[in-house]
Design a protein around this ligand. Structure first.
Ligand SMILES: NC(=O)c1ccc[n+]([C@@H]2O[C@H](COP(=O)([O-])OP(=O)(O)OC[C@H]3O[C@@H](n4cnc5c(N)ncnc54)[C@H](OP(=O)(O)O)[C@@H]3O)[C@@H](O)[C@H]2O)c1
Length: 237
């Protein structure tokens, strides 16, 4: 189960090792990048649907390499794999941590970020993905810079905003230039960890910008690996 930079690296390793694997994506992105393995796209239909799928396909190993904020999928995987008796390993990354001089305000979730944005109008880079934009309409006083994989269909819930259509991974120098170009004063980010979307964190640091950091959702206990090599050892390769 993918949709991340880490999953892409794992797909390559699985293919190179000659292991039979299928990449599962939710279907949030219009044209997903080729990742070296056959893909199946779309939700399974909850825990029951995933359990049926695992049985029908004779799946022996599930790697949850989804984004740390894809909590529903990760919870479903824990339940369905336990039910069917399939081994599950999560490929996870350490959260980002503030360094000396960083001005981070930690909030527990999207609602916390919306609340933290109350107050005077600012120029905000809102890096929370497409799915949660609506909640931020509660603070229409700000200018919002959005970076999305696909151009939005229909109207965005903001009066003053700009969309950059781009797909990660991003680099720090370009993100510094982007923030300068849009005179960004504040960054809102999910604490994804990993390297694929880290550039904006480093760029905010370089520019001395304050950052609202959304903490990760809680997940159930599961076996975890922190790099691709560990997953390959678990698969027996
Ligand atoms: N959330 C983020 O910030 C974020 C950022 C970057 C990439 N992504 C990627 O985008 C995808 C969706 O994330 P999300 O936060 O919307 O997930 P989510 O809220 O945890 O999942 C909602 C539902 O979407 C379906 N789904 C999610 N991931 C799937 C996958 N890899 N394969 C098949 N079905 C999947 C499942 O539907 P059913 O219940 O019908 O099975 C799941 O119950 C994930 O693959 C994730 O890795 C998410």
């Amino acid at each position: 189960m993918g949709g991340t930079t880490e999953a892409k690296a794992l797909c390559k390793a699985v293919r190179d090792a000659g292991v039979r694997g299928v990449l599962s994506l939710a279907g949030r992105v219009k044209r997903p990048a080729e990742q070296g393995l056959p893909m199946r796209i779309g939700g399974f239909g909850g825990v029951a649907g995933l359990a049926d799928h695992l049985r029908a396909e004779g799946v022996t190993h599930v790697v949850d390499a989804t984004h740390p904020f894809a909590a529903q999928m990760s919870r479903n995987a824990v339940q369905a794999c336990a039910e069917v008796g399939v081994s599950l390993l999560a490929l996870t990354r350490q959260p980002w941590v503030a360094e000396a001089g960083d001005d981070w305000r930690h909030v527990p979730d999207i609602d916390g970020a919306v609340e933290a944005l109350q107050g005077d109008a600012k120029r905000v880079m809102l890096a929370v993905g497409r799915m949660h934009l609506q909640a931020f309409a509660a603070n229409p006083q700000h200018f919002y810079l959005l970076r999305l994989v696909d151009a939005p269909e229909g109207d965005l819930p903001f009066e003053d905003c700009e969309v950059v259509v781009a797909r990660g991974p991003f680099d720090v120098d370009s993100d510094i230039a982007l923030m300068r170009e849009h005179r960004i004063e504040l960054v809102v980010a999910k604490n994804a960890g990993g390297s694929g979307s880290r550039a904006k964190i480093d760029a905010a640091r370089a520019l001395g910008l304050p950052l609202i950091m959304i903490n990760r959702p809680a997940l159930p206990e599961r076996a975890e690996a922190h790099d691709v090599a560990e997953v390959m050892r678990w698969l027996g390769h």
